[in-house]
Design a protein around this ligand. Sequence first.
Ligand code: HEM
Length: 319
Amino acid sequence: MTPLDPSNDHSAVNLEHNDLAGQAVDAIEDLSGAHPGYRRAHAKGICCRAVFRPSGLATALTTAPHLQEQEIEAVVRFSGSSTDPALADALSPAKGMAVQFTLPDGGITNLVGVTVPVFFARTPESFLDIIRTAHRAQEGNLGPIDLIKEITTHFSESKESFLAVKHLKPPASYAACHYYCIHAYFLMDRQGTSRPVKFEWIPGDGVHTISVTDAAKQPDDYLEDELRLRLDKAPAVFQLTAILGEDGDPTDDPTRAWPDDRERINLGRLYITEYIEEPEGLVMDPTAVTDGMALSDDPILQFRHAAYADSSNRRREGR
Ligand code: HEM
């Protein structure tokens, strides 16, 4: 459980990952098609303005500037997990909530969550294998159920994640989902002591779902429409929770959750106030950490920097 050097420059890591990242994004395109100008995952989304009010409880754990006592501005992007920007909201099972905090010194840091607690691949290499296996199975005309059977037979690490996706019910609102940031990070206090943590965004009004039958009757953009109407009346609120890891909790494996009884700390509340156009150049890179925070040894977390850069380069170039 060793934190990486806390810095926004992960160039050593990036050099190793650039080539693999290109291959991973190519593999996603082979499987699901390319949609020029859009994110290669979570293509359909909506952005909002928000403000984060820290609880002050994190000051004993970290010097991270957004987790002290000062109010912090933020941009939030809610999304469906599909690579197809035209897919109806009801048809992408998992949803995403990515938050970009604007730090007092003008820098940024991001926390990116989804509605399942674990990921389907343990390493970038197995991610690539799984996507390529899925592509071969798709070319062999396997249906979605057989495709999942094929993947979980070859990659037992994916089982928990696929099971979690299978149990997801359609959300009533983007603001009524529980989002898990999945990876472990480290928080460092003033004395330099570091502790492993995971982050979750918990909806202020609780989790609300609708039946699959009702979801099928909704308009394509029902989650975006609902959010706009909701924000016209009042802010949508989320609590940011830190889960403190203990000895033996894996920090390098995004396919495994930590035990349920770990200590949870309320870090503060996020108030989402209004819909905005997507800010130019927005990239929700989950490796952009601040002072007082560090990346864990999770190889998927570290790999996401290069994968997101590759995807954002393609969409910036209109590819
Ligand atoms: C090998 C692992 C992964 C790869 C290759 C990957 C790939 C991508 C890519 C290419 C994008 C679009 C980036 C952009 O153009 O800005 C993206 C977005 C996203 N990914 Fe991942 N991803 C991985 C793991 C994860 C995990 C573990 C999570 C769960 C927290 C996640 C959640 C999201 C979300 C929520 C977005 C949308 C962010 C936004 O709104 O801008 N991804 N991913």
